[in-house]
Design a binder for this molecule. Structure first.
Ligand SMILES: [Zn+2]
Length: 191
């Protein structure tokens, strides 16, 4: 599904981001910190002043069923626009997902330009969506964070709350990284 080496690159990138921001793997990584470091502005749609009605319509109504965030480029600067109606755990993942597209360097298949001169990056292809999902999950929950959670004896719910993500995301990461298997093996060796 992913190009060779992509998953390893995600784990490395996740580790490096935390190191750069001085956030230990034992703590949650706030996607807004990552955005700040990348000089990407983050706003709720209600916080953007003077948007033309057409723009608001395009940002919200046209994609109302699916939209959780949109990345917009204005005067060479990126802005992630979030849907304020979504729960915080989902919002964290959503924002990290949008940042992941930028970190990987994805080029959107379509660029819409509104009357306000905002460039809306949209229509990433499915491969790009899968890659952004994978990197976002790794950034929020790097492998060492999963190991830490298990060693602390946290339930999936407790660990998800600690790292500010959904239980679903935590479970997905546990299942796809093989951390439980790794810990069981380590225990067998030492026990
Ligand atoms: Zn996306």
């Amino acid at each position: 599904m992913f190009r060779r080496g992509f998953k390893t690159w995600c784990e490395t990138t996740a580790t490096e981001k935390r190191r750069a921001l001085r956030i230990p793997v034992t703590e949650a990584l706030d996607p807004r910190l990552v955005a700040k470091e990348m000089r990407v502005a983050v706003r709720y749609i209600e916080q953007i002043p003077d948007l033309a009605p057409d723009t608001i319509l395009q940002l919200t109504v046209n994609d109302s069923t699916v939209w959780s965030a949109l990345t917009v480029c204005h005067n060479g600067r990126y802005l992630v626009v979030l849907n304020s109606a979504h729960p915080k755990t989902r919002e964290a993942n959503t924002l990290m997902h949008e940042l992941a597209h930028l970190i990987i360097g994805h080029k959107p298949a379509r660029l819409d330009i509104t009357d306000d001169g905002l460039m809306i990056l949209s229509s990433y292809d499915q491969q790009h969506e899968d890659e952004a999902n994978w990197l976002a999950a790794a950034l929020l929950l790097p492998r060492d964070a999963l190991v830490h959670s298990r060693k602390q004896g946290l339930t999936n719910e407790e660990a998800a709350a600690h790292y500010g993500c959904s239980v679903q995301l935590f479970t997905m990461r546990i299942n796809t990284t093989g951390v439980d298997v790794q810990i069981r093996r380590a225990k067998r060796r030492t026990g």
